[in-house]
Design a protein around this ligand. Structure first.
Ligand SMILES: *Cc1c(COP(=O)(O)O)cnc(C)c1O
Length: 374
């Protein structure tokens, strides 16, 4: 029966539950270590650790040399929870008030623009900060331009507010192994950084996996820590990773349809023969992607069945006809757990059917979803 096919039976309170496997996080961290054994690891836990829970994830990743977040608020949440490691603010700060907090909490801001540099230079705080100078080697998002870099670097290294200086860049196309863009970015960075005698950082998950030259003093993995692959044609397990989040929701109705019946808003799916469908209690208000098309894989009793019709705010419909006809799953009843992604179903596959990337799926888990740590 359905219960026996699931090793871990989630508590289903009528809605979805994200089960976070902390051992998987630790396993994935070891994969990073083994891939870049000579690098220090800045574990990226921005966006609530990609939806996994920032404090729980940081505690599980306690061997990280530093944590990376996007916003000051995220760093403060980590400090409030007693996290002692260095915390890097990947977007940096702009105001003197924020620099006060940076100093107070021992945070390490990225400086990527002259506005930030100016704020630092005119700040009256008497602490000396560790800062990361970001150089734009071709992504054209954040960072000092190559032709501005010398000026920025000399001002930073001459600043009385700076204690330790490091240098970083970000790769725009690291998940594309065939491209010349990444080698170009890396060689531009090396030309600039190699003579400075400071620690460097280049690679995110895709960068550190696919480009050995990107494994310098620091690597900055995010997605792979959560067990997912940054590469379009692979899933986390193909890279030796274990998905850390499994999103499950209960079946709240099972219903028979006659041939020709239409399902859901707009009636976009029509039964071609007498059918049996299930309704699961998860929808776009929980973070399940509304753009998931008919045919998006959903796992029931260890078997993959297709999503049908439109995703509602609180529910989805799935086609159970084949599964029940084959008898493979035994009896499926209301209350049975349905897996939306995770251990038995890579989020990468779901993302493909919803025209998105696994990053967006896990980050979008809403507050309504119960979190369970195992
Ligand atoms: C988010 C982020 C990372 C982590 O990227 P992944 O692709 O999730 O590994 C690394 N560096 C910077 C600057 C980032 O913003």
């Amino acid at each position: 029966m359905i219960e026996s096919s699931h090793t871990r039976k989630p508590e289903l309170h009528g809605g979805p539950c994200a089960i976070i496997d902390l051992a998987a996080l630790r396993h994935n961290f070891k994969v990073v270590r083994n891939t870049a054994p000579d690098s220090k690891i800045l574990a990226v836990v921005k966006a609530n650790a990609y939806g996994h829970g920032i404090v729980q994830a940081a505690n599980a990743l306690s061997d990280a040399d530093a944590f990376g977040v996007a916003r000051l608020k995220e760093a403060l949440a980590l400090r409030d929870a007693g996290i002692r490691q260095s915390i890097v603010l990947l977007e940096g700060v702009y105001s003197h008030a924020d620099l006060d907090l940076v100093a107070q909490h021992g945070l390490e801001p990225v400086i990527h623009s002259f506005e930030q540099l100016q704020a630092l230079e005119s700040w009256s705080g008497n602490a000396k900060l560790s800062v990361w100078c970001k150089v734009d080697t071709g992504m054209n998002r954040l960072g000092f331009r190559m032709d501005e870099f010398a000026l920025a670097w000399s001002r930073l290294s001459g600043s009385s507010k700076v204690q330790q200086l490091r240098i970083m860049t970000h790769l725009a196309d690291a998940d594309n192994r065939e491209q010349v863009r990444t080698p170009d970015q890396i060689s531009r960075f090396m030309r600039l950084a190699n003579d400075l005698g400071v620690e460097r950082s280049i690679g995110n998950s895709a960068g550190l996996i696919a480009w050995p030259e990107a494994r310098v003093e620091w690597v900055r993995p995010g997605l792979m820590l959560y067990g997912m692959s940054p590469f379009a044609s692979t899933a986390g397990p193909d890279l030796g990773l274990r998905p850390a989040m499994t999103l499950v929701a209960p079946l709240i109705a099972i219903r028979r349809l006659n041939k020709g019946d239409e399902v859901g808003y707009g009636g976009t799916w029509r039964a071609r023969h007498d059918s049996c469908i299930g309704i699961a209690a998860v929808g776009y208000a929980d973070g399940y992607p509304r753009h998931a098309r008919t045919g998006t894989p959903v796992s029931v009793a260890g078997k993959v069945v297709p999503l049908i019709g439109r995703v509602s705010m609180d529910m989805i419909a799935i086609d159970l006809t084949e599964l029940l006809r084959s008898g493979e799953a035994g009896a499926i009843s209301v209350g049975a757990p349905v897996t939306l992604w995770g251990e038995s179903l890579p989020a990468e596959q779901v993302a493909m059917h919803a025209d998105t990337i696994p990053y967006e799926l896990v980050c979008a888990i809403s507050q309504r979803v119960a979190m369970k740590y195992v």
